[in-house]
Write a protein that binds this ligand. Structure first.
Ligand code: ADP
Length: 484
């Protein structure tokens, strides 16, 4: 692994969460603060335009209007000498004075021009400028009026230019804000998506792998190590799972070895005891009477039973490990059923159980290992016979399933059935039914071996049961080869 990736893999999940959310927060903060700065600039410019420049524009217009009106009334008065024009002139003069006072309120860059005008006004009308009453001879020389109008017009033009630049700045600032906002949003969303995707990936990948490992064990009893992707909490969990798997495997091996050893160790003395009992029964050590023979028979039968149990134990305990390489050849499923029926007949007859085959229609050849499949089927039939009451019936079924791709085998009995809560356990190694283990011999490996064999063939095995009314075990095997 790349050293950097190893370092990242070692970081804990809380740190990863913290890191991703901090990056998202930082980007959002950066975006918001740049937006805030843009908005503040916009507000400043807008305030200058709306509160100062537009006001200056309208007051200066009032000043021009007053000056023009003064000029007009002055001219008219000079020609017509009517008091009315003088009055209007004075009113405009007052208006002009008020306008100058109003405009002086605005302290902005370039407001000196209004101070200049005010100075000139003060020089022209010292009393009026100080707030005194209107003068008796108010007239203003024409050149002065023209100059004032010129100055005001210049100042207005300058003001308009500032407003125009301000508007342009406003426009580009708002465009900039929109761009920054959109870019920030895109980057935040992208980082959030990548970050969340990364989190989901780093969390869900090991979880999926763990689920696979746990499922393999709960569904088919396989102990498989899982891949460890990181060194964080989930990585530790996966490593712990693998350690547990190894331990369980070791324990299972120890158990199998122990069973093998024990079986061998018991078998040897058992054989000599059986031989001795036989020799006594055959009067080798002197005549035995009827009563003694009866007890020797019972001892012989029990020894036979223990010996059979040991043989079965040894065979099945090592069988699971042997089902690794299987050779698949085309087989007739019907023939397989017949062979198993023949093998199971003696024990069935001993209990008065009738064994019957029900094969539906024409079944093609299946692909399988004859010996192993026979063993799986025999385990199911053997259980059916073992758990069924006397004089009941066990049925071996055969039909097509999965749209003709698989052969479906079934074994149905009229025994005690399997309680629902035990159904998912019966295929596990060494599991024996709570009720049945008290009344029957067994080691709890038959169904596990059957499942291992069926799954090694690419088939499935399951059961249905109505407790008290018996049960049916099913398994499927893929068909193959030519039609049988
Ligand atoms: P064993 O038969 O040695 O106990 P198996 O693996 O063959 O081990 O079966 C496991 C358990 O499943 C049995 O102990 C029994 O409780 C239950 N079982 C299996 N087959 C049947 C059946 N046909 N009817 C009732 N219970 C069954």
């Amino acid at each position: 692994m790349h050293p950097k990736r190893r370092q990242i893999g070692r970081l804990g999940i809380p740190f990863k969460l913290f890191f991703v959310f901090t990056v998202i927060l930082a980007i959002s903060y950066f975006t918001t603060s740049t937006l805030f700065i843009s908005i503040r600039d916009t507000v400043d410019i807008t305030r200058d335009i709306v509160k100062v420049r537009f006001e200056v524009l309208s007051i200066s217009q009032r000043m021009i209007d007053s000056l023009l009106s003064m000029e007009e009334n002055q001219k008219k008065y000079r020609v017509l000498r009517e008091d009315e024009y003088k009055k209007s002139f004075l009113a405009s003069l007052q208006e002009y004075r008020n306008a100058i006072w109003s405009i002086l309120w605005f302290r902005y860059e370039g407001f000196a021009v209004w101070e200049g005008l005010h100075e000139e006004f003060k020089a022209e009308f010292p009393d009026l400028a100080a707030g005194a009453d209107l003068p008796g001879d108010p007239w203003v020389p024409q050149e002065k009026l023209n100059r004032w109008i010129e100055i005001i017009l210049d100042a207005r033009r300058e003001n308009e230019r500032v407003i125009e630049t301000g508007m342009r700045n406003l426009y580009s600032l708002s465009e900039q804000s929109v761009n920054r906002g959109v870019n920030g949003l895109i980057v935040s969303v992208a980082v959030a998506l990548v970050g969340i995707g990364y989190l989901v990936f780093t969390v869900s990948r090991p979880l999926r792998e763990l689920r696979r490992g746990i499922r393999a064990f709960t569904v088919s009893g396989r102990l498989e190590p899982v891949r460890v992707f990181s060194k964080d909490e989930l990585g530790e969990l996966a490593s712990a799972f693998n350690e547990m798997t190894l331990r369980l495997k070791d324990e299972e091996k120890m158990r199998t070895d122990f069973i093998d050893m024990l079986s061998h160790e018991i078998r040897t003395p058992l054989t000599s005891i059986r031989e001795s009992v036989n020799l006594i029964k055959e009067n080798v050590f002197g005549e035995v009477n009827e009563r003694q023979r009866r007890f020797l028979d019972i001892a012989g039968d029990e020894l036979e039973r223990i010996s059979n149990l040991l043989t079965r134990l040894m065979r099945v305990s090592s069988m699971a490990s042997q089902i690794v390489d299987i050779t698949l050849t085309p087989l007739s499923p019907a023939e397989l059923l017949n062979e198993v029926l023949d093998k199971a007949s003696p024990s069935a007859e001993a209990k008065g159980i009738s064994l019957e085959i029900r094969a539906g229609g024409h079944i093609p050849l299946i692909l399988g290992d004859e010996e192993l499949l026979g063993q799986a089927l025999l385990n199911l039939v053997g259980n059916a016979v073992k758990f069924s009451p006397r004089n009941s019936m066990v049925t071996l079924g055969l039909e097509m399933a999965d749209g003709g791709h698989k052969a479906l085998f079934s074994v149905t009995d009229e025994g005690p059935g399997i309680p629902e809560e035990e159904q998912q356990n019966v295929f596990n190694k060494y599991y024996r039914g709570v009720a049945t283990k008290k009344t029957t011999d067994g080691i709890g490996l038959g169904l596990n071996i059957a499942r291992t064999i069926v799954e090694a063939h690419g088939g499935d095995i399951w059961l249905t049961s109505l407790p008290g009314k018996g049960c049916t075990f099913y398994f499927t095997i893929p068909v193959g080869g030519e039609r049988g």
